[in-house]
Design a protein around this ligand. Structure first.
Ligand SMILES: NC(=O)c1ccc[n+]([C@@H]2O[C@H](COP(=O)([O-])OP(=O)(O)OC[C@H]3O[C@@H](n4cnc5c(N)ncnc54)[C@H](O)[C@@H]3O)[C@@H](O)[C@H]2O)c1
Length: 349
C-alpha cells in the first residue's frame, strides 16, 4: 500500500488533544476566546444558512445533526442527549463535529466536541448574560450539577464577574462533585438542600438539569424582580424546566426561533409569543435588559452557529500548531475519476 497523499489527510482533534489544548491555553482564556468567536459570528448572523437541527427521537433520548454554513466554510455537529445514560456510567451528552471547505466540499477539520460543547454552551450562556443580566450580578444559582455545571460557573466568573455560586441537584453527590471540582477556582460556593434555597439572593439562575420530560425546576414564586434566567437544560420537545407562568413574566431571548419554538421553554407558549433573537441584541439592533426590575430569560437550546464558531476556533489553533492527528479520511486516486483503479493498484480487487 502507498502512503496517503496530503490531500487525503484531515486534521482530527481527539479528546486527549482537546484536553491538552485547554491545558495549554487555559480554561478561562479559552472560554473568553470562544465567546469572542461566537459574538463575532452573532454579529454576522444573517450571512449563515440556518435550519432547526435534525433530530431523531427515541423514548430515552435524542440524536441530532446541527448544520450551518457561512458560504466559505460548512460545519455540522453530531450530538446526543440521553438523560438516563449516567446510570450506566455514560455521558448524557456526547458530540463530535466537522468543518469543510465550501469551495471543494473537502473536510478540513474533524474534532471531538463533548468537551467543546460544554465550553461553547457555557461561553454562549455567559455572552447572553453579558447583555441581559443585571450589571452588578455577583451571585448565581446553578440547579443541575452534572457535566455542564462547572463550565457554566467558570464562564460566568470569567465573563460576567460572578463571585458566588449556589449549587443544587436532586442528587447530593452531584452537588458535592461540583463543589469539589470548583474548590480552588476563587469562587465562593454554597451547597444547598433545595432549589428554593439555591435561588435565594441569586441575581442569575442557571438551570442545567437533564430529564426527558416536562419538569418544573423553577416555579413562579422562586423568581423575583431583576433576575436573569439562563435555562440550558430544556432543549427537546417535551423537555422543559420552567413553569409557564415564569415565561409570561419574562422578556425572552432565543437563538433561532424556528428551532427554539420546537425545543425550548417557549414550546409551552403560543406559537406567536414575542421573543427577541439574541444575535439582534449582540448586533445592537434590539435592546437587551430594559428594566432593572424586569426578568430576562435566555431560553438556550444550543444552535449550530455556536458550534461552527467553536470549530473555527479549534481550526485556528490547529493551524497555529496545536496537536492533532492526520486521518486518512479522503480517497485520493492519482486520476480523480479512477477510484476503481486505486483499488486495483492496491491489490484490493
Ligand atoms: N442549551 C444547550 O446548548 C445545551 C448544551 C449542552 C447540554 N444541554 C442540556 O443541559 C442539560 C444538562 O446536561 P449535562 O451534560 O450536565 O447532564 P448531566 O446528566 O451530566 O447532569 C444533569 C444533572 O441534573 C440533575 N437533575 C435532574 N433532574 C433534576 C431536578 N429536578 N432538580 C435538580 N437537579 C436535577 C441530575 O441529577 C444531574 O446531576 C441536559 O438536559 C442537556 O441536554 C443543553
Amino acid at each position: 500500500m502507498t502512503a496517503p497523499s496530503d490531500r487525503a489527510l484531515v486534521p482530527f482533534v481527539s479528546v486527549a488533544q482537546m484536553m491538552s489544548l485547554i491545558g495549554r491555553i487555559g480554561l478561562k482564556p479559552m472560554l473568553r476566546g470562544l465567546a469572542d468567536e461566537i459574538e463575532a459570528d452573532f454579529r454576522r448572523w444573517e450571512m449563515f444558512d440556518k435550519t432547526p437541527r435534525v433530530a431523531s427521537h427515541s423514548d430515552i433520548g435524542v440524536i441530532e445533526l446541527m448544520p450551518t454554513s457561512d458560504g466559505e466554510s460548512y460545519g455540522f455537529k453530531y450530538v446526543n442527549g440521553h438523560p438516563g445514560n449516567t446510570h450506566q456510567g455514560l455521558q448524557t451528552v456526547t458530540a463530535f463535529g466537522l468543518l469543510a471547505d465550501v469551495a471543494t466540499g473537502y473536510p478540513i477539520l474533524l474534532s471531538e466536541m463533548t468537551l467543546l460543547t460544554a465550553l461553547r454552551t457555557a461561553a454562549t450562556s455567559a455572552l447572553a448574560a453579558k447583555y441581559l443580566a443585571p450589571r452588578d450580578a455577583r451571585c448565581m444559582a446553578i440547579i443541575g450539577n452534572g457535566a455542564q455545571a462547572e463550565f457554566q460557573a467558570m464562564a460566568f466568573q470569567t465573563l460576567c464577574g460572578i463571585t458566588e455560586i449556589r449549587l443544587y441537584d436532586i442528587d447530593p453527590a452531584a452537588t458535592r462533585k461540583c463543589a469539589e471540582n470548583l474548590r480552588n477556582q476563587g469562587l465562593s460556593l454554597v451547597l444547598c438542600a433545595t432549589a428554593e434555597e439555591a435561588v435565594q439572593g441569586a441575581q442569575i439562575i442557571t438551570t442545567c438539569t437533564a430529564d426527558k420530560q416536562y419538569a418544573t425546576i423553577l416555579t413562579d414564586n422562586m423568581v423575583g424582580a431583576g433576575v436573569h434566567l439562563n435555562a440550558v437544560g430544556g432543549d427537546c420537545p417535551g423537555k422543559t424546566e420552567l413553569h409557564r407562568d415564569i415565561l409570561l413574566r419574562s422578556s425572552i431571548f432565543v437563538e433561532y426561533p424556528p428551532q427554539t419554538r420546537i425545543e425550548g421553554e417557549i414550546q409551552a407558549l403560543e406559537a406567536d409569543h414575542p421573543v427577541t433573537e439574541l444575535w439582534q441584541v449582540v448586533a445592537g439592533r434590539a435592546e437587551g435588559r430594559r428594566d432593572p426590575a424586569g426578568i430576562t430569560l435566555f431560553d438556550s437550546v444550543g444552535f449550530a452557529i455556536e458550534d461552527f464558531s467553536a470549530l473555527r476556533y479549534v481550526l485556528n489553533q490547529v493551524r497555529a500548531g496545536a496537536e492533532c492527528d492526520l486521518l486518512d479520511m479522503l480517497a485520493d486516486p492519482d486520476d480523480p475519476r479512477d477510484l476503481f483503479g486505486m483499488l486495483l493498484r492496491a491489490g484490493a480487487v
